[in-house]
Write a protein that binds this ligand. Structure first.
Ligand code: PLP
Length: 428
C-alpha cells in the first residue's frame, strides 16, 4: 500500500473514546503525553473487562459448568486475537503478567536449562561458564537485569552493543560483540528513551550466524507498529498489555514452537500439568506449561478488545499518524534553545516518542512546570539508567504519543517547553 492510500487517523475524534481524557487537570485540558509509561484505555476496553466480570466471570480450563466453559472460550479467543495481532499462532503465545514477567520467564527458564530438572532435554539452550549473553546499551532495566542475574547464576559473561551519539545502534560493534561464544542476544525493538526502531532483521542475522537465541523486547513497538514476529525471525518476544490500550496485569511472551518446547518451565504449580504424583509431575505442552496458577482472565479479554480497537483503526494508519506526531514533536523540540534531544538521528524509523534535556533545568522541574499546564510527561531515567549515563545525564523528560495524540497536544508541549528556561531564569 502506498503512503497516500493509508487512511488518516482523526485523533481529535478518537479522544472521545478515552473517558479519562475528558477532564481538566488544574483547570487545563489534559494533554496526555505519557503513553510510553502506560497508555490510556478506550471505553470499549474498560467495558469488556467489566462485562466479563459482570456476566461471565469463572475459572478457566476447570469446571464443567456453563460459566466456566464460556470463560474458557473467551480466554482462548483472546489468546488467538492477541497472537494474530503479532502474526503468531495461538499456541505460540504465553500469557504473562507483563513484559517484565515474560523476560524473567525466559531468563529463569534458560537458567533451568543449565542447572534445573529440564537440563538434559534442553541442553542446546544450556549456558556454560565463558558463554556470552549480549544486550544493547539502550535496554530498559526489564531487559537488562534478568540477564545480569542469569549471567551471575551461570558464570557467563554479559556484553553489550553500544549506541552511537545519535542514538542508533553501533552495528559494526554488534558484528564483533556477537561471536562464537554468544548464546543469547536480547534487545529492544524500540528504545523507550530514544523512540528509534532498531534493525531487528540485521541483529537476528548476526545472532543466527553464531547459533544464538534472540529475545526481542517489543514493549514499545507492539502499540505503534504493524508487527509480524515470525517474519522478523526472533525466537522469543515480550510485550505488555497496558502500553497498548489494554489493562494492567497482562502481557505476553511469543516464542517459536521449537524454542517453547525446548525451554524448561519456570513457574510450576496448578494448571500446567498432565499428571502429578507425590514424587513427580508431567507438564502440558506450551503455552500452558508456562502458565502455572490462576491466570489474569478478565485482563486477557480486555487486551483482546484493545487489539480489536487498534485493528479497526489499522496499524498502518496508527503508524502513519504517529509518524506525523513524531516529526512535529522532534522538529519543534529541536528548534527550542537549550533543548537537547536524546537520539537525534536523522533518517531513521521512529515511534512517537522523544526524550530531551533542558539545559540548566532539572527534568523534574520541567515535568512540574508542564503539569501545571495540564501536560503529562514522564521525567527521570525511564528505567534506562545505563543509557542516560551514556549521554552524561541522570534524568530526562520524555513525551510519548498514542493514537489519541493530536497535533494540538504537540503544540501545547512545544509552547510549554519554550517557556521553561525563562520561567526558571536560565539562559536569559
Ligand atoms: N521494556 C520496555 C522497552 C519498556 O518500556 C517497559 C516499560 O516501561 C518494559 C520493558 C517493562 O514493561 P512492564 O513494566 O509492563 O513489565
Amino acid at each position: 500500500m502506498s503512503t497516500t492510500e493509508i487512511p488518516r487517523l482523526d485523533a481529535a475524534s478518537l479522544r472521545a473514546d478515552f473517558p479519562i481524557l475528558d477532564q481538566l487537570i488544574g483547570g487545563e485540558r489534559l494533554v496526555y503525553l505519557d503513553s510510553g509509561a502506560t497508555s490510556q484505555k478506550p471505553r470499549s476496553v474498560i467495558d469488556a473487562e467489566v462485562a466479563f466480570l459482570t456476566r461471565a466471570n469463572s475459572a478457566v480450563h476447570r469446571g464443567a459448568h456453563t460459566l466456566a466453559a464460556e470463560a474458557t472460550d473467551l480466554y482462548e479467543d483472546a489468546r488467538a486475537t492477541v497472537a494474530g495481532f503479532v502474526g503468531a499462532a495461538p499456541e505460540n503465545l504465553v500469557w504473562t503478567s507483563g513484559a517484565t514477567a515474560a523476560l524473567n520467564l525466559v531468563a529463569y527458564s534458560i537458567g533451568n536449562a543449565t542447572a534445573g530438572r529440564g537440563a538434559p532435554a534442553s541442553a542446546p539452550l544450556a549456558l556454560h561458564p565463558g558463554d556470552e549473553i549480549v544486550v544493547t546499551e539502550s535496554e530498559h532495566h526489564a531487559n537488562l537485569i534478568p540477564w545480569q542475574e542469569l549471567a551471575a547464576r551461570t558464570g557467563t559473561v554479559l556484553r553489550h552493543i553500544p549506541v552511537h551519539d545519535d542514538g542508533t545502534l553501533d552495528l559494526d560493534a554488534a558484528a564483533s560483540v556477537i561471536g562464537a561464544r554468544t548464546r543469547v542476544v536480547a534487545f529492544t525493538h524500540v528504545s523507550n528513551v530514544l523512540g528509534i526502531v532498531n534493525p531487528v532483521v540485521e541483529l537476528v542475522a548476526l545472532a543466527r550466524a553464531v547459533g544464538a537465541l534472540t529475545v526481542l523486547d517489543a514493549c514499545q513497538s507492539a502499540p505503534h507498529l504493524a508487527l509480524d514476529l515470525p517474519a522478523l525471525g526472533v525466537d522469543l518476544a515480550a510485550f505488555s498489555g497496558h502500553k497498548m490500550l489494554g489493562p494492567y496485569g497482562v502481557g505476553a511472551l511469543y516464542g517459536r514452537t521449537e524454542v517453547l518446547e525446548a525451554l524448561p518451565t519456570f513457574l510450576t504449580g496448578g494448571s500446567m500439568v498432565t499428571t502429578v504424583t507425590l514424587d513427580d509431575a508431567e507438564f502440558l505442552p506450551p503455552p500452558q506449561k508456562f502458565e502455572a496458577g490462576t491466570q489474569p482472565v478478565s485482563q486477557t479479554i480486555a487486551l483482546a478488545e484493545a487489539v480489536r480497537y487498534l485493528q479497526n483503526l489499522g496499524m498502518d494508519a496508527v503508524q502513519s499518524h504517529e509518524h506525523t506526531i513524531e516529526r512535529r514533536m522532534m522538529a519543534g523540540l529541536r528548534g527550542i534553545p537549550g533543548v537537547r534531544l536524546l537520539g537525534d538521528a536523522e533518517g531513521v524509523s521512529r515511534v512517537g516518542l522523544a526524550s530531551f534535556d533542558v539545559d540548566g533545568v532539572h527534568a523534574h522541574d520541567v515535568g512540574q512546570f508542564l503539569d501545571a499546564r495540564g501536560i503529562a510527561v514522564r521525567v527521570g531515567h525511564h528505567c534506562a539508567k545505563p543509557l542516560h549515563a551514556r549521554f552524561g545525564i541522570t534524568a530526562s523528560v520524555r513525551a510519548s504519543a498514542s493514537v489519541f495524540t493530536t497535533e494540538d497536544d504537540v503544540d501545547a508541549l512545544l509552547e510549554g517547553v519554550s517557556g521553561v528556561r525563562a520561567y526558571f531564569g536560565v539562559g536569559a
